[in-house]
Design a protein around this ligand. Structure first.
Ligand SMILES: [Cu+2]
Length: 648
């Protein structure tokens, strides 16, 4: 894809992601100024976003100092450092030692950890005990260790790796879990320190491959092609996107993946802000099996691994269909070598069925409009699972996030005839433990300006009385969430509950504050009980809505370093001061959970499951903002011709 880094005013926008050359320069500057040893790894390097006020004042205040933020890990000392580097001044501005943390597990560590396991005599012995002798066919996934308060694990960088085995090189190895073997690896030394073996269970007998050659492709599917002969309706300048009155910037970080910046909607000659920054703030996948080989199985896919780092390179016609605008993503490995993920972000338009319609049934006069949506997406592969993140922009002012879950379930092997309590059989002797997938999205809201208030809206039945003599009355009741402790809420579908982010200083033509509402979709709470390690570390999952007063340093729902963290970081910590939230710069954090009782149909590769939420205008506009969408019938035809003629 050809992009320019210059904005229309000739200056590079301060939120333009770091280029490959800039990442390379950051590595050079850090190496030369800090005399980094051989064993220092670059965990993440990304844009150090300038302060919000400076970004919003751009370009009138001129160019801003171009800065990068980096996390480094010294395997020799076990120390973690954070650095801020000025690219313009080619110098390290800040260098901070961060005590007692473990940064995310890096992709290089995935591969090195697998090699270390395969080289370990203890691991090899555990495999031989199970009749496995060709170690090249084994797959060892480095699962995070969590924190269970075990003294011997404190201050060590650990992985608790799980093993699967292919029956031949092109076999789906996840069909053959090596049950009950947990390989504990010290990731600083990159050495196996223990192999926990809870007993031999035979490998499941069946292969479970999913290529069409194996499955037998159906033959009755005719071609479908998406043509846009005049090209797509969006304009792209670097990472700046304009589409159907929406204007925003695409960003990407190794940790969060896709980031949307400065989302505005043009209305009656004004670019009206809606969201300043939107990104995934963490994930948690807790599993429900309490047995020794399973109780530590959980994953914080954002904070423990970096979901952006694991992004796929997308393919036309496979992942995305139609007229596609791709964005490449610049990155690096842990040794500071730069990388590029080509086509990591996909953007395209989709026909989305009906936008609005009415038939005047007396005279047949009909107006209807097709809905078009803009989709900005990326897909990450985290070991066995795939997560797709799709932001949808609509012509009625709605913004939506849809997460698609697919890939191969995390699994285990059972004895013949065994039917496990904490999960379900998906194939003979293959077991999928019950689990949940929680996502938390941080929405730095800016509804018509920086200062907003958040309300909870419940619909209530009126009590019987003089005002409600027929018992039919019900109404929507808005309650101000005035402080951070008040603004920790869960869904209530039976009260039709939603949350409204309003700007008290801007009134619509009906005299009410303009607002957007956060509409929950499917959701659930964790089933782990109080006291569970996973809830201490992932407390963000215990509430669906959190609201905080804006602080640029508060970005992650489970804190900056969830890997092996004892808990309490992130949202519980951010809200501990109980700051006021009224008519101020607020950040809305929404947690949504997909509950996964595993089915045989999820095997061997899981059909997509979707979950998400939407942000919908509520009194933000004076009327239906999609009224001006033109009819789509070509060649002078009018929708409704089949009903009757248009009135004179
Ligand atoms: Cu699942």
């Amino acid at each position: 894809m050809a992009t320019t880094l210059q904005s229309s005013v000739g200056l590079r926008h301060p939120l333009e992601p770091l280029s490959v050359d800039e990442i390379s320069a950051v590595v050079d500057i850090l190496r030369s100024e800090r005399q980094l040893g051989e064993r220092v790894r670059f965990v993440t390097i990304n844009l150090h976003e300038p302060p919000k006020a400076e970004v919003l004042a751009f370009p009138s205040a001129g160019p801003l100092d171009r800065q990068a933020f980096a996390i480094l890990l010294d395997n020799a000392s076990g120390r973690t450092y954070e650095a801020v580097v000025s690219l313009d001044r080619r110098s390290v501005l800040e260098w901070t030692y961060v005590a007692d943390v473990q940064p995310a597990i890096m992709l290089d560590e995935f591969l090195e950890c697998e090699q270390a396991c395969k080289a370990s005599p203890e691991w090899q012995a555990a495999m031989r005990k199970r009749g496995i002798t060709d170690f090249d066919l084994c797959m060892v996934d480095p699962w995070s260790a969590g924190n269970f308060g075990i003294q011997a694990e404190q201050n060590r960088r650990l992985s608790r790796a799980l093993t699967w085995v292919r029956s031949r090189p092109d076999d789906n190895g996840y069909a053959h879990p090596v049950e009950n073997v947990i390989t504990v690896v010290d990731l600083h030394a990159m050495q196996v320190i223990a192999v926990e073996d809870y007993g031999v269970v035979p490998l499941p007998p069946e292969e479970a491959n999913y290529s069409p050659v194996v499955a037998g492709a159906r033959t009755d599917l005719k071609a479908i092609e998406i043509h846009q002969p005049e090209g797509p309706s969006f304009d792209v300048d670097g990472h700046d996107v304009r589409w159907q009155k929406w204007h925003f910037r695409v960003g990407f970080t190794p940790r969060e993946g896709l980031v949307l910046h400065t989302i505005t909607y043009a209305d009656q000659g004004r670019e009206r802000p809606v969201v300043y920054r939107a990104a995934l703030a963490d994930m948690l996948v807790p599993y429900g099996d309490p047995r020794p080989a399973y109780f530590r199985r959980n994953a914080f896919d954002v904070g423990e691994y970096g979901i952006g780092m694991l992004a796929n390179s997308l393919e036309l016609g496979c992942d995305c269909l139609g007229e596609i605008q791709y964005f490449d993503v610049a990155g690096h490995d842990s040794r500071g070598q730069t990388t590029t993920i080509p086509n990591a972000i996909c953007m395209h338009e989709e026909d989305n069925g009906l936008l609005w319609k009415h038939v005047d049934w007396r005279n047949g006069y009909t107006e209807s409009r097709r809905s078009r949506r803009l989709v900005v997406s990326f897909i990450a592969t985290v070991g066995n699972y795939e997560y797709g993140f799709y932001w949808h922009f609509y012509q009625d002012g709605t913004l939506e996030l849809e997460v698609k879950l697919t890939g191969v379930i995390s699994n285990g092997a059972t004895l013949p005839g065994e039917d496990p309590k904490w999960g379900a059989l998906v194939a003979p002797q293959v077991y999928g433990p019950i689990h949940q997938h929680f996502f938390n999205v941080r929405l730095d809201m800016m509804v018509d300006g920086p200062n907003n208030s958040v309300f909870e809206v419940n619909t209530v039945s009126d009590p019987t009385g003089p005002e409600n003599p027929h018992n039919n009355a019900f109404h929507a009741e808005a309650t101000l969430l005035a402080t951070e402790s008040e603004a920790q809420r869960i869904i209530d579908p039976l009260a039709a509950r939603y949350w409204k982010i309003a700007n008290p200083s801007v009134l619509n033509r009906l005299g009410h504050p303009v607002a957007y509402k956060l509409m929950p979709g499917e959701n659930v709470l964790p089933f782990a009980r109080d006291g569970a390690s996973v809830l201490k570390r992932g407390a963000f999952t215990t509430k669906h809505l959190w609201v905080t007063a804006f602080d640029a340093t508060q970005r992650y729902a489970a804190g900056n370093y969830p890997n092996q963290h004892p808990g309490g970081a992130g949202l519980p910590d951010y809200t501990s001061a109980n700051r006021p939230l009224v008519n101020t710069d607020v950040v809305v954090w929404y947690t949504f959970g997909a509950h996964h009782v595993v089915r045989p149909e999820d095997w061997p590769v899981m059909p997509v499951t979707k979950i998400g939420f939407s942000l919908k205008p509520e009194g933000f506009f004076d009327r239906n903002p999609g009224l001006d969408v033109p009819p789509s019938m070509p060649h002078g035809m009018i929708c409704g011709d089949s009903n009757s003629s248009q009135p004179a």
